[in-house]
Design a protein around this ligand. Sequence first.
Ligand code: FES
Ligand code: FES
Length: 152
Amino acid sequence: MITLTVNGTEHSFDGDPEMPLLWYLRDELGLTGTKFGCGIAQCGACTIHLDGYPTFACITPISIAEGSDVRTIEGLAENGDHPVQVAWRDLNVSQCGYCQAGQIMQAAALVDTTPDLTDEDIDVVMSANLCRCGTYPRIRAAIKQAAQARTE
Ligand code: FES
Ligand code: FES
């Protein structure tokens, strides 16, 4: 039996411990905000937080999450008002939107853990998340706005 906390609620899972965490979140819990893109750790669409660290759910067996705190886009902020989400809306970052939950989760971990962000910090970390629509300039601007909001 695997027990884990997802967005503040404890769950147990009695199935295949090798099943990707992404399948569990989407298919068992119905948390479809986290997307399946490549399935091989190349695109970042499936980024969630595992004990606060951005993690690709597509290549993470559910057994790794035993006893851990998992957070998905649905649980990032109670009212959708994490500074990254606010900045995303202010700057109309999303285009098709498919990559954006993963982008936001990656960006939120960065903003939450690094007080003074340089352009290089942003580019290095966010290079893990691909956007086929090319929203990168707005993503970078929104992260800067969110980082600024964190220091105010
Ligand atoms: S779906 Fe997980 S990195 Fe692409
Ligand atoms: S907004 Fe379309 S893939 Fe990023």
